[in-house]
Design a protein around this ligand. Structure first.
Ligand code: ADP
Ligand code: MG
Length: 240
């Protein structure tokens, strides 16, 4: 589903991704860990072409993203992304936030888009908020709307960039629960997070990054009990 082959990326002179090789299968849940500034967000943003790689090959869901002629709008339809700061449209109702892309991009009728939106609002547990505005919801509820919005496009892959980092502690659990349900249902997910409990319980695989490199790949059981690399051990010891 996602394949990085010898991928490098520069921001000007700054070498942010260094010879990255990653393969992610359909239905896999991969959690990306690493210190701040290690390139996790950049790696994730390359997957939906919010960032363009400098060299190497990156294939996502059948699209060659290193090819400058790739149809970006078409490829992005199948990739949902959830950000730290929700990024909902503040002046649109919750239901409109969710129906916008299906109507505009997938040409769904208003009725069909609303039906689908309600289905996903049920799934994330807040159908009663359909007619509210984002500012009337808690952070945890807004993030669940952002997930419902992503799902309404029926994506092949969901990307999460620190989805709980901006939330008050008491709201983190409700968002992780929704993500866990998605994982169980077989969604292909790439999740950047500092929630080690989620990583241990839900990830099929951990990718640990440091200074733009993939330093270690392992199952959660291996990574947390017996990390192979010095840098992984340092990272884990600082969390305790
Ligand atoms: P992480 O998500 O692991 O914290 P990022 O991918 O956000 O790391 O950033 C990796 C490095 O790239 C950091 O040193 C950051 O300052 C730098 N960086 C990120 N975005 C840009 C940009 N648009 N232009 C220049 N440097 C950037
Ligand atoms: Mg980041």
């Amino acid at each position: 589903m996602i394949s990085f082959k010898n991928v490098n990326k520069y921001y000007g002179d700054f070498h942010v991704l260094k010879d990255v090789n990653i393969e992610i299968e359909k239905g896999e849940v991969v959690v990306v860990l690493g210190p701040s500034g290690s390139g996790k967000s950049t790696m994730l943003r390359c997957i939906n072409r919010l960032e363009l790689i400098t060299d190497g090959q990156l294939n996502v869901n059948g699209f060659a993203l290193h090819d400058k002629k790739v149809n970006i709008n078409k490829m992005r339809r199948d990739i949902g992304m959830v950000f730290q700061h929700f990024n909902l449209y503040p002046h649109k109702k919750i239901i409109e936030n969710i129906t916008l892309a299906p109507k505009k991009v997938l040409k769904k009728s208003d009725q069909e888009a609303k039906q689908t939106a309600m289905q996903y609002l049920e799934k994330v547990g807040i159908p009663e908020k359909a007619e509210s505005y984002p500012s009337q919801l808690s952070g945890g509820q807004q993030q669940r709307v952002a997930i419902a919005r992503g799902l309404a496009m029926k994506p092949q892959v969901m990307l999460f960039d620190e989805p709980t980092s901006a939330l008050d502690p008491e709201m983190i659990g409700e968002v992780l629960e929704v993500m866990k349900t998605l994982a169980k249902e077989g969604m292909t997910m790439v999740v950047v997070t500092h929630e080690m409990g989620f990583a241990k319980e839900v990830a099929d695989r951990i990718i640990f990054m440091d200074e733009g490199r993939v330093v270690e790949e392992a199952t959660p059981a291996e990574f947390f009990s017996n990390p192979r690399e010095e840098r992984s051990r340092n990272f884990l010891s600082r969390l305790l």
